[in-house]
Design a protein around this ligand. Structure first.
Ligand SMILES: Nc1nc2c(c(=O)[nH]1)N[C@H]1C(S)=C(S)[C@@H](COP(=O)(O)O)O[C@H]1N2
Ligand SMILES: [Mo]
Length: 542
């Protein structure tokens, strides 16, 4: 009888467990890579992997989110992406193994994943309907890769490492024309499978990397690079000498952009090109307005030194930074639009659907100088800090004021709109609380006995800091030396020089602001409107 390993393919064999798992994983990789490549053209957040991750963030219950931020800090999103990868890989392995004989279970699994990704993409506010092409490409590539590899792997051939021929445990289906056992000649079945698998892996790699490359060049980064210099009509006054005690261990007065704290719900930084950006002002206004990037940059630009703070900053925490923000007065834009009586809230929306609600009175207060910012520390806004434009309102925590990638401002009431974090239990009114932090020594540090500098920061934006005191153990409060004041919207540094004998020490600090208020010792957590309490650390001198 005429039989050879190259006889027409027929699904008479089944895949070994490792081969089946490999088929599942490669189909997954092919699907994700194809989706990523297409997403590079229709909006990178349409990449199924990222879209599912972004939806996961929005659906996560607040306590879990808080836990993640607390536990993983800036790595929270990395941990989420890694966790998703593990889950997807497990699903792929299981689907593959369930498909050892028939490709049906794996096909169903891919279609299900494709539908989940499609829903995730569809529900993203920053994506249009064409973005569905990305999950569609994933679905197609996944199914094709899966079925093709499955066919290659189950093509009857000489028994080989990756393959189990039918028959060993299933005599009833033993094919009559079994391949001869004696001659392990070339093994095209196995070789074909391995070549196919390698091909899929390489193809996926090329598609995935290609997607990254395309996304980068069509991206906001290239648009930002072409902005050129933004020149204010009024630059921020230079930072005077003595504005920080950085040499003693405080932060520098201005935070370099890469070191500026970052807090947002975006898994991948929204990519908005300046050319494509516009800002709409509408709602309870006399006339609706819309501004392009050039409309904004052609207005008189002002530059202001402002310290931003996140409501999620624990006592002693890192979510505070200072920059020279450049932009236009938000109040002027609102006056042009004509805010109607009865308006309470400026409801701002980011391109990624994030929203915040700022009291209209605050935005209209001439002393507050709320900004629509397009520049930061002499550059266009960095992508992660809101390029092309964001809001900055001195004295309010970021979640009620500092919308990044802002594209829509609706003048409205509190009842009509509930912003992202309000829906999750945070406060409607969130002025920044007067606080202070010890930066040096570090908690549990050991230093030589003798001269020791205790130094840190204090802030009470819009009011200003008048006094900072420290206390060793339960000793008397001693007043710290304050740095040169820059303005009332920024932090202020402080230091105390001590002579300490060897021993264990505990030190606490508290600030008093220009209204005469001294920081309370009552410890409250960050929810719903910001932490209070004295920052206290222990250290040792030897
Ligand atoms: N689009 C968008 N804007 C946002 C946020 C966000 O999640 N999405 N987070 C806000 C919060 S909670 C803070 S504290 C500030 C942080 O701004 P930064 O990342 O530039 O420091 O941005 C605000 N603006
Ligand atoms: Mo925040």
């Amino acid at each position: 009888m005429e039989t050879s390993a190259e006889s027409p393919a027929r699904p008479v064999a089944r895949l070994s467990i490792p081969a089946a798992a490999l088929v599942g994983v490669l189909a997954l990789v092919a699907a994700l890579a194809a989706g990523h490549l297409v997403a590079a053209f229709v909006g990178i957040n349409a990449s199924p992997y990222l879209a599912v991750g972004n939806s996961a963030i929005d659906l996560t219950p607040t306590p879990v989110k808080d836990f993640a931020v607390q536990t993983f800090g800036i790595y929270d999103k990395l941990v989420l992406l890694a966790g998703m990868a593990v889950v997807m890989l497990l699903v792929a392995v299981v689907a593959g193994v369930l498909s050892r004989r028939s490709p049906l279970p794996g096909t169903v699994a891919i279609v299900l994943l494709g539908v989940v990704a499609g829903i995730a993409v569809f529900s993203r506010p920053d994506l249009s309907a064409v973005a569905l092409l990305a999950p569609a490409a994933s679905l197609l590539a996944g199914v094709v890769a899966f079925r093709w590899l499955h066919t290659l792997g189950t093509r009857r051939s000489t028994p080989a490492l990756g393959l189990t021929e039918l028959g060993e445990d299933d005599e009833s289906e033993l094919p009559a024309e079994r391949a001869p056992r004696g001659k392990p000649e070339p093994v095209p079945g196995r070789r074909g499978f391995l070549l196919g698998a390698g091909g899929v892996a390489v193809g996926a790699g090329v598609a995935g990397l290609g997607g990254q490359l395309v996304a980068r060049t069509t991206s906001a980064a290239s648009s930002r690079a072409e902005i050129g210099r933004l020149v204010p009509v009024r630059a921020a006054p230079p930072i005077p000498p003595g504005a920080d005690f950085a040499r003693a261990g405080t932060p520098t007065f201005l935070t370099p952009n890469p070191a500026f704290y970052r807090v947002d719900t975006a898994l991948v930084v929204p990519q908005v090109r300046a050319e494509d950006w516009s800002l709409r002002i509408h709602g309870m206004v006399d006339r609706e307005l819309s501004f392009s990037y050039d409309d904004i940059r052609d207005r008189p630009l002002v530059e202001r030194t402002i310290t931003m703070t996140c409501v999620s900053n624990e006592v002693g925490g890192p979510y505070i930074s200072t920059a020279n923000f450049l932009g236009v007065d938000l109040r002027h834009l609102l006056v042009e639009a004509g805010v109607r009586p009865g308006a309470e809230q400026l409801y701002s929306t980011s391109v990624d659907g994030y929203t915040a609600g700022t009291p209209i009175v605050t935005t209209m207060d001439p002393d507050r100088e709320a900004m629509l910012a397009i520049g930061m520390n002499g550059e266009p806004l960095p992508l992660d800090h809101g390029f092309p434009a964001r809001l900055v309102v001195p004295g309010l925590y970021g979640y009620v004021s500092a919308t990044k990638w802002v594209t829509d401002l609706e003048v409205t009431t509190w009842a009509a709109r509930k912003s992202y974090w309000l829906q999750r239990g945070w406060g409607q009114q969130a002025p920044i609380k007067t606080q202070s932090r010890i930066d040096t020594p570090k908690g549990f540090q050991t230093l030589p006995a003798g001269r020791v500098v205790i130094a840190g920061i204090a802030w009470a934006q819009t009011t200003g800091i008048t006094k900072v005191e420290i206390r060793l153990g339960t000793g008397p409060w001693q007043e710290a030396l304050l740095s040169t004041e820059v303005n009332e919207d920024t932090w202020r540094m402080w230091r105390v020089d001590l002579d300490l004998p060897p021993g264990n020490h505990q030190v606490a600090c508290r600030a008093t602001d220009d209204s005469g208020y001294t920081q309370t010792s009552d410890r409250v957590g960050t929810v719903p409107d910001g932490a209070t309490g004295w920052h206290t650390i222990s250290f040792t001198t030897r």
